[in-house]
Design a protein around this ligand. Structure first.
Ligand code: UP5
Ligand code: MG
Length: 197
């Protein structure tokens, strides 16, 4: 497997901004492989025999960032098996990552530099409403008001510096994520075209 052949687009935005929703649409239209760091961590948490299960559980509930070694390894494994398994072009949407500077630097140094970051802008009021609504049925341990507030705080303090750094490199594509999913997606498609995707 050759990670340097992969094309990686990072997908960032606050909790509930709609990263997963928009990634699903992009998968259907562009043939990207969607890798959500949060989903990979939740799978690892539930994997029988995982040495990281309890640790992941407490980080997710507290809305803090799991030590990067775990997440980078999960992403690298998933990219490898996707490319070995037929994703020859190696087109990846990496959703909800990197959300701390150390992860960003480690991934771009040891795996592959990103092409750009798709960033969804959304107010906390809108995100909170979406997450509380989803929490009625999602079963996610962090879709409750206490965890949501902690996730917002981590996003502002720890994850926004990553977006700011990529922005200085001219590698951020910003989309307003407050309208309905289809309106947001129209903007995403237009901006991808501008970026030559
Ligand atoms: N919805 C979506 N778009 C909508 C729209 N345009 N209009 C109206 N409603 C819309 O959407 C959320 C909800 O809103 C859904 O009900 C949807 O239908 C509706 P979704 O697409 O799921 O939003 P998303 O941005 O993906 O929200 P998510 O809750 O997944 O974001 P988080 O970033 O909080 O969650 P993630 O799974 O990425 O991370 C969870 C935790 O894992 C983190 O808090 C952290 O503890 C840990 N983590 C790490 O430690 N390290 C990592 O690198 C990554 C995660
Ligand atoms: Mg998500």
């Amino acid at each position: 497997w050759s990670p340097d052949k992969a094309t990686v687009v990072f997908v960032l935005g606050g909790p509930g901004a709609g990263k997963g929703t928009q990634c699903q649409k992009l998968v259907a239209d562009y043939g990207f492989k969607h890798l959500s760091a949060g989903d990979l961590l939740r799978e690892e948490q539930d994997r029988p025999g995982s040495e990281f299960g309890e640790m992941i559980k407490s980080y997710i509930k507290e809305g803090t960032i799991v030590p990067m070694e775990v997440t980078v390894q999960l992403l690298e494994n998933a990219m490898k098996s996707s490319m070995d398994g037929g994703n020859a072009k190696g087109l990846f949407l990496i959703d909800g990552f990197p959300r701390k500077l150390d992860q960003a630097h480690a991934f771009e140094r040891t795996v592959v530099p990103s092409k750009f970051t798709l960033f969804f802008e959304c107010s906390e009021a809108v995100m909170e409403k979406r997450l509380l609504h989803r929490g009625e049925t999602s079963g996610r341990a962090d879709d409750n008001i206490e965890s949501i507030k902690k996730r917002f705080r981590t996003f502002v303090e720890t994850s926004m510096p990553v977006v700011d750094e990529f922005e200085k490199q001219g590698k951020v594509v910003k989309v307003s994520a407050e309208r309905g999913p289809d309106e947001v997606y129209d903007d995403v498609k237009r901006l991808f075209k501008q970026r030559g995707v």
